[in-house]
Ligand binder design. Structure first.
Ligand code: ZN
Length: 153
């Protein structure tokens, strides 16, 4: 890393600490030539985008904001903190990145959301599921509701 003051090529690290939720490392460096100090931020290079394959076979770039919007809608007027919603979104994103697949079926993401939402708030879960699974009629909706009542986990 070139010194920003004198362009010297060498510097030594005098301190390093995690930054940004541990996703980056902040290093305090000292130029070997001029002795001045500067800070560098090291982070993982941007990962390849993940594409979501929708039911009709089309693809779109994975967008965590979209998941968040869906969750917020489902959790409207429910006792679910924004922080909890953010955690769900982060968990899902993290899981997808870890899986290392470039493509993921939208249904897989939908199931991941529902699995977490169910633990968070049952009303929000049913709301989300009814939109997501596009319940065709009241019977399919009741089936889902009954499943929930039978197995309250
Ligand atoms: Zn220097």
């Amino acid at each position: 890393m070139k010194c920003p003051f004198c362009d010297h090529e060498d510097s030594r690290v005098v301190d390093s600490r995690p930054a940004g939720d541990g996703k980056a490392i902040r290093r305090r460096r000292e130029c070997i030539a001029c002795g001045r100090r500067f800070t560098t931020l090291e982070r993982v290079a941007e990962l390849l985008p993940i594409f979501v394959v929708k039911k009709d076979g089309t693809r779109e770039a994975f967008d965590p904001e979209k998941i968040k919007r869906g969750l917020m809608k489902a959790c409207e007027k429910r006792p679910v903190a924004l922080e909890e919603i953010d955690t769900v979104v982060e968990e899902i994103e993290h899981k997808l990145v870890q899986a290392g697949e470039q493509e993921v079926q939208s249904t897989v993401i939908g199931e991941m959301i529902m699995e977490r939402l169910r633990k968070l708030d049952e009303v929000a879960y049913v709301r989300f599921a009814s939109v997501y699974r596009q319940f065709k009629d009241i019977n399919t909706f009741m089936e889902e509701l009954n499943k929930l009542l039978r197995d309250p986990s």
